[in-house]
Structures are given as C-alpha cells and as structure tokens.
Design a protein around this ligand. Structure first.
Ligand SMILES: CC(C)(COP(=O)(O)OP(=O)(O)OC[C@H]1O[C@@H](n2cnc3c(N)ncnc32)[C@H](O)[C@@H]1OP(=O)(O)O)[C@@H](O)C(=O)NCCC(=O)NCCS
Length: 199
C-alpha cells in the first residue's frame, strides 16, 4: 500500500537550529559572502555552473533562491548556513522537490573552503533532509555526486545515504565525460537513522 501524498505543509519557522548551526533563507545582505565561495573555481569544480559573478548571484537571489518554502514540484529551497556562535554565513544547502507523484527530492550542499572539514555540511544537510522527510513528507531524497568529488561522496555516506549506482562516463560535464554516483535515502531509513543517532 502506497501512502497518499500529504498536502503541502505550512512554512517552517526560521532560523532552523542545529547543534552548531542556524539555517535561514538567503538575502541580498549575503551577496558579498556568497561571492567569496561561489566565485571560487575550486568550489565550483563539480557544481553544475561556472564560478558566479555578482550579477549571477543577484539574479539567483531574485528568482530561484527567493523561495522560503516548497509548494510544488520543480521548486528549490535554498538556505544559508550560519555558524550559530558567530552568525557568519559559511555555506548553503538546497532541497529540490523533484516529483509530487513520487514524493521525490534531491539535496545539494556547498561550504566556504575555510569552513570545510568540521562536519558542518553533514549537520546542515541533515537539517535539510529533516525538512524534506518530516515536514514535506517526501518518500525518497537523492544526492548526485561526481565520482571525483570524494569529499561530497563522504558527506553523503556520513549522512547514511546509500550509493545506488555508479553511472560510468554517462554525461558530459564541463566539456568531459564524467562518472556519476547516485546516492539515495528513503523516509523509513531516515527515521531509523534518527532513532539510532546519539544526540
Ligand atoms: C562537499 C563539501 C560540502 C564537503 O565539506 P566537508 O566539510 O568535508 O563536509 P562534512 O560536513 O561532511 O565534514 C566532514 C569532515 O569534517 C571532519 N569533522 C571534523 N569535525 C567533525 C564533526 N564534529 N562532525 C563530523 N565531521 C567532522 C570529518 O572527519 C570529515 O573529514 P574527512 O571527510 O576528511 O574525513 C565541500 O567539499 C564543498 O563545499 N565542496 C564544493 C561544493 C561541492 O562540490 N558540493 C557538492 C556537490 S555534489
């Protein structure tokens, strides 16, 4: 028996708090900080866009990053990640609602290089998965990772996502064939992982 899709819930209260972080929608006041990492070629190496300009960021903030909740498939919820202790913006996470019928979503994550290696991406993405599964009622959330992006694959595994496939040289990415790893987590697996996770 397949659960019926849930009606879209109301908007979460921001900021979302985790142990060390605070997540909230991005605003124009974030442009300078967003530029410090989203214009960085190394950060963008495996992301599906070239290093961003100020104009790119302004345009995104006025369009696809402007949403504060998901009301239908095809939308994305982009949240800035702040260090709770200092209020510094250190990165952003995204939850895409891919399919209403199949209750499917996808996550993405980007951190400023100066804040990598502390588990902040794992902590922030866990909050985004919580929104997807517990608030939006999604059934399955995926992460798509370039095989060369080992840090990202480790983050997906650390979150408890299962690698479901390795698509060998399946798509042209930034001018060359790339091999993609697809990770997934189901709502049941999420709930089980939450129960067994030490606080
Ligand atoms: C992908 C990306 C977000 C991963 O950043 P990250 O900081 O390594 O991610 P995590 O939050 O999972 O941190 C885990 C690391 O912190 C370390 N760490 C330190 N303290 C920790 C703590 N308290 N809790 C958990 N991990 C901790 C872990 O040991 C781990 O290091 P390791 O991977 O060398 O073993 C980052 O590399 C990035 O922004 N890349 C550019 C954008 C990109 O490619 N995004 C992904 C597209 S699919």
């Amino acid at each position: 028996m397949v659960d019926q899709p849930q009606p879209a819930p109301s908007h979460p209260a921001y900021p979302l708090r985790t142990r060390r972080l605070s997540l909230r929608p991005l605003t124009d006041r974030d442009i300078d900080v967003l530029l410090t990492y989203r214009a960085d070629a190394e950060v963008c190496r495996y992301l599906p866009f070239e290093p961003m300009t100020r104009t790119d960021i302004e345009q995104h903030l006025a369009s696809r990053w402007a949403g504060t909740w998901l009301t239908d498939e095809g939308q994305e919820l982009r949240l800035g990640v702040e260090l709770a202790a200092t209020g510094e913006l250190i990165g952003d996470v995204v939850l895409f609602w891919r399919s209403r019928e199949h209750r499917g979503g996808e996550i993405g994550y980007t951190l400023h290089p100066g804040f990598q290696g502390h588990g902040y991406a794992t902590e922030a993405v866990r909050a985004a998965l919580g929104l997807g599964f517990d608030v939006l009622g999604l059934h399955r959330i995926v992460a798509r990772v370039d095989e060369r992006n080992e840090a990202s694959a480790r983050t997906a595994r650390r979150l408890g996502m299962r690698q479901e496939s390795r698509l060998v040289r399946n798509e042209i990415f930034k001018g060359e064939w790339r091999t993609r790893l697809d990770f997934a987590m189901l709502a049941d697996e999420w709930r089980l992982a939450q129960r067994s996770r030490p606080e």
